[in-house]
Design a protein around this ligand. Sequence first.
Ligand SMILES: NC(=O)C1=CN([C@@H]2O[C@H](COP(=O)(O)OP(=O)(O)OC[C@H]3O[C@@H](n4cnc5c(N)ncnc54)[C@H](OP(=O)(O)O)[C@@H]3O)[C@@H](O)[C@H]2O)C=CC1
Ligand SMILES: Nc1nc(=O)c2c([nH]1)NC[C@@H]1CN(c3ccc(C(=O)N[C@@H](CCC(=O)O)C(=O)O)cc3)C=[N+]21
Length: 296
Amino acid sequence: MTDSFERTAGGAILLDGNRLRDEIVAQIRDDLEGLGSPNVCLATVLVGGDKPSRIYVRMKQRKAEEAGMRSRHVEIPETASQADVEAAVQELVDDPDVHGILVQLPLPDGFDPEPVLALIPPEKDVDGLTERSMGRLIRGLPGHVPCTPLGVMRLMERYGVETAGKRAVVVGRSTLVGLPQLLLLGRKGVDATVTLAHSRTPDMIEVCREADILVAAAGQARMITADHVKPGAAVLDVGVSRSEAGIVGDVDFDAVQAVAGAITPMPGGTGPMTIGCLLENTVAAARMLGAIPASA
Ligand SMILES: NC(=O)C1=CN([C@@H]2O[C@H](COP(=O)(O)OP(=O)(O)OC[C@H]3O[C@@H](n4cnc5c(N)ncnc54)[C@H](OP(=O)(O)O)[C@@H]3O)[C@@H](O)[C@H]2O)C=CC1
Ligand SMILES: Nc1nc(=O)c2c([nH]1)NC[C@@H]1CN(c3ccc(C(=O)N[C@@H](CCC(=O)O)C(=O)O)cc3)C=[N+]21
């Protein structure tokens, strides 16, 4: 690893997601300007008025605009029907000026996300969460990779965290984060040996202490303590819990940074990278759909 990276008080490399997200936004903006500012459009769909979801969707749109893209936003009240949501998504699927579609999850109680996601063709599925996109990921076919686990991989690449031959532990097995993270870490070329831990895993401390790379995506505030971490390990915190003091990760940052070799801050780590990767996927979508040249 290079030594010029910012470090925590305890000497761990700070895996700065805000900084890498800014680099990604600037790169996309330059690339699109170089292509004569073609229309690249990300559409977001929000059902119901959940406040955190509204904030995330707003951040995604703002960054898309900073990167030189257009954004479209569809807001559907909680009183709407399942058919209304499906009709709104179908309209975006049919619109040739829309390249990426993101349906903010979870949907409010009473809505079934599966038939909604099933409408989105793999090219426009910039979240990488549909059945077909997940199938492509497993089969090694071209398609969009889920943004949060992809962002974790990008942070490790950028900061020189080695993966080949290393032991990785992923805490959490959701289709949004944990499962695709397992696949990405175990891919040929990445070559980590991966363990998937979850709420039924006994001996969490011992399992986590095996990890050279620890990805925490359980949504349990500060569950990862210094005891869970092998000295020198890279620790990537995906969990987000809300407290009066603000947002809190799955990792007890103050204690763990003294033991880890590299660590993400929270906020400012994996969250911004989720958005950076969403924008990259949207550019790739525009390319797949022929809106920008294949070589660019
Ligand atoms: N930073 C970002 O960009 C993003 C952050 N998030 C955040 O990441 C977290 C996880 O999200 P998501 O995957 O959707 O959540 P889910 O609730 O779908 O999944 C949580 C997973 O963690 C496991 N788990 C829960 N408690 C424990 C525990 N005490 N020990 C070990 N494993 C446990 C669960 O196990 P089991 O399967 O047995 O129930 C489950 O597999 C949330 O806090 C979410 O807000 C999500 C997406 C993006
Ligand atoms: N279809 C779908 N795709 C998603 O990608 C998706 C989703 N649904 N549902 C919810 C989760 C959550 N998520 C985050 C995105 C950005 C930050 C982020 O940028 N957080 C900032 C801080 C934000 C704050 O201060 O609240 C940070 O970590 O620095 C966090 C979390 C995407 N998700």
